[in-house]
Design a protein around this ligand. Structure first.
Ligand code: ADP
Ligand code: MG
Length: 352
């Protein structure tokens, strides 16, 4: 068990800097998820922690020990990749045991460790099978078992679920979360999928172009996005962002509607984006802020998404699943003031 500290981490390939001075404290036993679009630097960061990439500048500490110059096997970490390489000619047991190949444990202890891991992963009955006799999810569990058998201080996962079909991905997501609750190791998990990040993480690190955009609990990044990138990236469908002008606590939208917003950290008149999540924008609300015509409906069962043409552009709102408004109907849309977000239009930074 150990904490993990990234201190002013920089990575360059040749003259191109791809990770720009990132710092993060991961507590012992914490489940942290790095999320961001492809190419934002998630794998590079994880590979530096693992010792598979050199650190250009800054330091990495695991359990209070700087590991910059340690070999991967000396770092007390284990990594599970998207393309997990399990060996087709080896049994499940041999594949799991492979994780202990460089361990100096006596044979009996290794056996015991493999049994324990097989029990935790519910694979005791599968130990003699070959990978081609396993389902996709079971194969993925073998790869996790190989990492677990070493009982590392820190688990590193690089998009381990991305190759699985949707149903299996949801199931494995839950399994990994339960596993973490049981064994309690520190986990750094990388994904491009915001739902995976929201559902699994204690804390989420949102990255873009090699910069950290925000670090927070799932609730914090969802309800208090630090900027428009986070506001758009977290949550589906994305937050509506409408351009307007802020003066004191009133945003006048480009379509003319004046909307009162909670107190904002801005002085004078400013061009802004007013943000409101579809989840927070209801047809027929007691606090209407704009009206418009329903142009499309997307029924989701328990609720219906409605696309509404307003004077300030098309926006998405949620309506009742059973009795949603008709296409062509004019609806009043409202939101509670505390669910309105204001962003600086130039920098994208949150002002609320
Ligand atoms: P992610 O995992 O978030 O998709 P990566 O960490 O793989 O992103 O990549 C981050 C950036 O670093 C990208 O712009 C990528 O092109 C660049 N990069 C990654 N590996 C190398 C490399 N070996 N040489 C040069 N550039 C690289
Ligand atoms: Mg990657």
């Amino acid at each position: 068990m150990a904490n993990l500290i990234l201190r002013n981490l920089i990575k360059s390939y040749g003259t191109t800097e791809v990770i720009h001075d990132i710092s993060l404290d991961v507590a012992d036993g914490e489940f942290v998820v790095f999320v961001g679009p492809s190419g934002c630097g998630k794998s590079t960061t994880l590979r530096m922690i693992a010792g598979l990439e050199d650190v250009t500048k800054g330091s990495i500490e695991i359990g209070g020990r700087e590991v910059n110059n340690l070999e991967p096997k000396e770092r007390d970490i284990a990594m599970v990749f998207q393309n997990y390489a399990i060996y087709p000619h080896m049994s499940v047991k041999k594949n799991i045991a492979f994780g202990l190949r460089s361990s100096k444990l006596p044979k009996a202890d290794k056996e015991k460790r493999i049994q324990e891991v097989a029990e935790i992963l519910d694979m005791v009955d599968l130990l003699d099978r070959k990978p081609n006799q396993l389902s996709g999810g079971q194969r993925q569990r073998v790869a996790i078992g190989r990492a677990m058998v070493r009982n590392p201080a820190v688990f590193l996962f690089d998009e381990p679920l991305s190759n699985l079909d949707a149903q299996l991905r949801t199931q494995m997501r839950l399994e990994i979360k339960k596993l973490h609750q049981r064994v309690g190791n520190t986990i750094v998990f990388v994904t491009h999928d915001q739902v995976e990040a929201m559902t699994m993480a204690d804390r989420i690190v949102i990255m873009k172009d090699g910069y950290i955009q925000q670090v927070g609990t799932p609730a914090e990044v969802f309800h208090k996005p630090a900027n428009t990138f986070v506001a758009r990236f977290i949550g589906a469908p994305s937050m509506n962002l409408l351009s307007g002008t802020l003066d004191a606590t009133t945003v006048t939208l480009d379509g003319g509607q004046a909307v009162t917003v909670p107190s904002v950290a801005a002085i004078g008149s400013k061009t802004v984006l007013l943000g409101v999540r579809p989840d927070d924008l209801h047809a027929g609300s007691a606090n209407p802020i704009m009206s418009g015509k329903v142009v499309v409906r997307e029924p989701l069962g328990s609720e219906t998404l409605i696309y509404v043409e307003t004077a300030s552009g098309e926006i998405i709102a949620k309506a009742d699943g059973r009795t949603p408004p008709e296409v062509g109907e004019i609806v009043e849309l409202g939101a509670a003031p505390e669910n309105l977000h204001v962003f600086d239009a130039e920098t994208g930074v949150a002002l609320t």
